[in-house]
Design a protein around this ligand. Structure first.
Ligand SMILES: [Zn+2]
Length: 121
């Protein structure tokens, strides 16, 4: 399956695209990076055990194998239409410039009323 979705990215000081709505910490620096020239793979903190701290408090009770999962929040998010994107709340946690774009989503995709969560972008 392949769908087009609309979203925003924050542009960091190296010119790299990062999620505009998700604070980057506590995630590893490279984890939430989008690849404009390649395929971005969704990841889920619940599917992996933290290498140094296997018993972390935020480790999941139940991991899942497929990304994204219906009962989780993982996956690459995008709005279904530019109108929905325009109506969404603006990112307030970052002072970096934001860009708007279209992403082609692939792999496993969960289709919501207003947006998508996808395995690949
Ligand atoms: Zn997940």
């Amino acid at each position: 399956m392949s769908l087009l979705g609309w979203r925003q990215w924050a542009v960091d000081r190296d010119g790299q695209l990062r999620p505009a709505w998700t604070p980057w910490s506590p995630f590893p620096p490279g984890m939430l990076l989008w690849r404009p020239d390649a395929i971005t793979e969704a990841r889920c903190l619940r599917t992996t055990t933290h290498p140094e701290e296997p018993s972390r408090a935020d480790a999941p009770a139940v991991a899942h194998e497929r990304i994204p999962d219906e009962h989780c929040l993982c996956g690459l998010c995008a709005w279904r239409t530019p109108e929905l994107l325009a109506a969404a709340r603006r990112p307030t946690w970052t002072s970096l410039p934001c860009v708007v774009g279209v992403v082609r989503l692939g792999g496993r995709i969960i289709i919501g009323e207003r947006g998508y969560r996808a395995e690949r972008g």
